[in-house]
Design a protein around this ligand. Sequence first.
Ligand code: FAD
Length: 274
Amino acid sequence: MPSISFEFFPPKTDEQRAQLDRVAAALQPAAPEYVSVTFGAGGSTLSYTSDTVRGLHQQHGFHVAPHLSCMGGSRAEIAALLDEYRAAGYRRIVALRGDLPSGMASAGDFRYAAELVRFIREHSGDHFHVEVAAYPETHPQAEDALVDLRHFKAKIDAGANGAITQYFFNPDAYFHFVDDAQRLGVKVPIVPGIMPITNYSQLKRFSDACGAEIPRWIAKRMQAHGDDAASIRALGAEVVAQMCLRLLDGGAPGLHFYTLNRARATLAVLERLH
Ligand code: FAD
C-alpha cells in the first residue's frame, strides 16, 4: 500500500470535536503516514489549528502536519508558531499562502507561499519537512498555466520537500502536471489530493470555488441519483477508487485524502483499493 495521509479541519464546537475524535479513531487502522490540519485565515482561528493538531498527536498518536498560511500574518506571528510546533516535536508543515478573508485589509508580511517557505528555512533550518500546494488544473487566480507552474517551482526552489495537489477528477491533469514540473527540474514527490464524493451539491460548490473541474459524466450520473444518498455514496466511492488506482498505477507516490472530518467516504475508497 502506498503512503496515505488524511486532512482534517479544526472543529469549533464540542459536538464537532467529539465527531473528529470518532473520525480519527475510525481512520486510525488505515495507518496514515501523517494527518494534517487546515489553517483558517485571521486571528482566533490560529489556535484552533494548534489545539487540533495537539489532540490528534497526543490522544490519537498520529504524526501531524499543521497547515500554516501566511496571508494576513506577520513574521513574528509565524516565527512564534514555528517555535511552538518545533517545541511540540512536530516535523512536518504544509505551507500555504491562503486567501485574504473579505474585510481583512492587510495582506501581512508575505505575499506568496514561496516567501513563507523561504522564511521557514531561514527560521527553522531543516527541522520541518515542508509540503506546498500544487494545482494540476491551475490555481483559480492564475491566468497562465505555465506561469503558475513556474510559481509552483519557485516554492520547491525555496526549500519545499514535497507537494500535495488540489483535488481533481481527471487523472490526466495530474500526469501532465507532474511531467511538466519534472521537465522544469522539480524532483520532489507530488502527492495527489483526493476528495471522496459524498454529497453532489456540496462538491459542486467547493469545486466552483477552488477551480476543480467535475467531469460532465460524473456530474450527470450524480444528478441522476437525485436525493438518493446511498447511491451517490456508492457511485462516488467507485469513481474515486478507480481514479486512485489509475494514479497509483501511473506512479503517484501516495494519496492525501480531504476527509472533511468524516470517515465513511474515505474508508469506502480505501476498502476498494485493497
Ligand atoms: P501560492 O503558491 O503563493 O500561489 C497563489 C497564486 O499566486 C497563484 O495563482 C500563483 O500563480 C501566484 N503567484 C505565486 N507566486 C507569484 C509571484 N511571485 N508573482 C505573481 N504571482 C505569483 N487555504 C487555507 O486558507 N488554509 C489551508 O489550510 C489550506 N490548505 C490547503 C491545502 C492544499 C493541499 C491545497 C492545494 C490548498 C490549500 N489551501 C488552504 C488553499 C490555498 O491557500 C489557496 O489555494 C490559495 O489561494 C493559494 O495558496 P498557495 O499556497 O497555493 O499560494
